[in-house]
Ligand binder design. Structure first.
Ligand code: FAD
Length: 577
């Protein structure tokens, strides 16, 4: 099944002529989760994104699938129960992307601390209990435990020993956000859905009765505008979801729902800050925030900030204040590191699609059916939960939540969509069991994932690829590694690229709708974030190969060169150094 620029052209023609059951606006994790279930349920569906898939918040998270243990401090038991159970469900459907990894939580005796040694053990036990974990294999391998001060320092010698009283170790899951999105999208496409990036919704269309019946879109590559007709339209535009509602002339703009905040992460080499395992601690600044330091591919990244945001949603930037805040915390917690901005190799900023808990007059809550007048909103009323609403003209909006909740959020939306299609359009659809639909590349036994992934790595190495590259290839692409290496004996490396990188790039161009160097370097492979040592060489090789593949003119190649230079320079924080 190819999924490339060529199929994009054919599928756009299909969109112009066929009436869909469902159109999804937004190709982040929320839209991708819905599209996967709609395709599995046999709906004629399409998903559109005005940028690359996952280019919004879903490539800019902390890259964890986690239940939010800190919410147990405020006994937010219901929220934590749901998300902590969901971690294993996501690992089951995407076992190459989401992988279990114990988290260390050092405990300090400092003002505003989130947990003490007593409360951390209670919280960890409750966390495991809420996750419904009673499997003895699991308990043998991942049961939580506490450490005394000396043991914490043995594990992580760079940690500040002052006021350190001990620590807890509990299970959470490392994730790769943009890979999870693309693997969902690829599976949805394999199952018959039409998935098109760089197609922007510019107007919500209505029939003569005033009900939503489609969307006018603009192709951001050709600038052509056309209409897509659909029985049901769902807005899954994350931080942009209010802006998409504004495309509906029947929507009252005063009823906005979003209160976006910005979160920033910085990446340094492990030679400057070495953490052996993901670590999670209070900021020590009495602001109630928790900070992660996470090892990945020889680097350590840390974050995040959480500040109200009203700037450009498409291209949020890391500010000097963000850098100062994070470096001060890290240097206090790891005093020998003495990090400065010069150590920051790469960075990213993302916008949380946080929702304000109110129901607009023109909308009904799609779960409860309640309709409330909008209230004034205090910052404290901002929820990290999700919201599924249907406007009176039929436009559905699914927003908020966390990446960890995406499958459950899609489950909720699908119940509503199936009900509408069956009741109003005489459909015969049923919801699907999304907990058993493995994403592209994830179709192997998730209960034995680490062993199986190791076997795949060995298999790749038999073809002359070194261990590091083989591991990377398998962890990025899962079982699709077989397709990637199948023609290795007849392939020459592209100029400036290793054979493994050449094969990954070609696969990604043919099977993952990679259209720009940034799609590949940032979102399909994360080279931009965690491979800074080689990023300029990779940039040259990737642009050269893509230029040949697409037949770009010198001017188009220069455009992509400039765009990629800008992406790298911004990620390096060149504008602050
Ligand atoms: P997005 O990913 O933003 O997708 C919306 C899409 O809609 C975008 O791709 C955009 O291009 C598209 N779009 C907008 N307007 C239009 C239009 N007019 N036409 C077509 N397309 C349009 N969650 C976790 O579970 N674990 C974490 O570790 C975690 N860490 C986080 C750290 C940070 C700093 C942030 C900011 C968030 C974090 N989250 C985490 C939350 C999680 O990342 C988000 O909840 C999730 O990615 C939101 O996905 P989404 O699909 O709703 O939005």
């Amino acid at each position: 099944m190819t999924f490339s620029m060529k199929t994009r052209t054919t599928e756009i023609e299909q969109l112009k002529t066929e009436k869909l059951d469902l159109l999804v606006i937004g190709g982040g994790i929320t839209g991708a989760g819905i599209a996967l279930q709609a395709s599995a349920a046999g709906m004629k569906n399409a998903l559109i994104d005005m940028q690359d898939f996952s280019a919004g918040t879903s490539s800019r998270s902390t890259r964890l699938v986690h239940g939010g243990i800190r919410y147990l401090k405020t006994f937010d038991v219901e929220v934590v129960a749901e998300t902590s159970q969901e971690r294993a469900a996501i690992q089951h459907i995407a076992p190459h992307v989401t992988r279990p990894k114990p988290m260390l939580m050092p405990i300090y005796d400092e003002p505003g601390t989130t947990f003490t040694m007593f409360s951390v053990k209670v919280a960890m036990d409750l966390y495991d209990r809420l996750a419904g974990i009673n499997d003895s294999d699991y308990l043998n391998k991942y049961a939580n435990y506490t450490l005394d001060k000396a043991q914490v320092l043995d594990l992580e010698p760079q940690l500040n020993s002052d006021k350190l009283v001990g620590g807890g170790v509990y299970l959470d899951y490392l994730n790769n956000d943009s890979r999870l999105v693309i693997e969902n999208i690829k599976k949805a496409h394999d199952l018959g859905g039409i998935m098109v990036s760089h197609l922007k919704a510019v107007e919500i269309l209505h029939d003569e009765t005033g009900s939503v019946r489609g969307v006018k879109v603009e192709d951001m590559i050709t600038r052509e505008q056309f209409d897509i007709l659909a029985k049901v339209v769902i807005n899954a535009a994350g931080p942009w979801s209010d802006l998409v509602k504004d495309l509906d002339d029947q929507h009252d703009a005063s009823h906005s729902q979003m209160r976006p905040t910005k979160g920033v992460h910085l990446v340094v080499d492990q030679s400057r800050l070495k953490v052996p395992q993901p670590t999670y601690f209070g900021s020590g600044t009495n602001d109630g925030r928790m900070i992660f330091t996470i090892p990945r591919d020889g680097k350590t990244y840390f974050g995040t900030t959480d500040t109200d945001y009203s700037g450009d949603l498409t291209d949020p930037k890391v500010d000097q204040d963000d850098v100062d805040y994070l470096l001060a915390i890290i240097n206090k917690k790891y005093p020998t590191a003495k990090l400065t901005i010069a150590d920051v190799e790469s960075s990213w900023a993302g916008i949380r699609p946080l929702i304000v808990e109110k129901t607009a007059e023109s909308e009904v809550d799609a779960v409860s059916g309640a309709s409330n007048a909008g209230n004034d909103t205090a910052a404290s009323a901002v929820s990290r939960g999700s919201s599924l609403k249907q406007a009176h003209d039929g436009l559905i909006t699914l927003a908020g939540g966390k990446l960890t909740d995406y499958r459950k959020m899609a489950d909720g939306a699908m119940k509503l969509i199936v009900k509408i299609l069956n009741q109003q359009f005489a459909g015969k659809f049923k919801t699907v069991d999304s907990s058993e639909i493995q994403v592209s590349g994830g179709d192997f036994d998730s209960t034995n994932a680490e062993n199986i992934l190791n076997e795949y790595v060995q298999d790749v190495m038999k073809h002359g690829i070194n261990a590091k590259e083989a591991q990377r290839l398998v962890h990025l692409f899962g079982t699709n590694y077989r397709q990637i290496i199948e023609d290795i004996d007849n392939t020459q490396p592209a100029a400036g690229l290793s054979i493994a990188e050449t094969l990954c790039l070609r696969y990604s161009l043919n099977e993952e709708m990679t259209l720009t160097p940034g799609d590949y370097l940032f979102r399909r492979t994360n080279n931009l974030l965690f491979n800074h040592d080689h990023i300029k060489d990779l940039e040259t090789g990737v642009i050269k190969e893509m230029s040949q593949y697409f037949g770009w003119s010198a001017a188009v190649t220069k455009f992509h060169q400039d765009q990629t230079d800008k992406l790298i320079s911004e990620s390096e924080l060149a504008y602050l150094k």
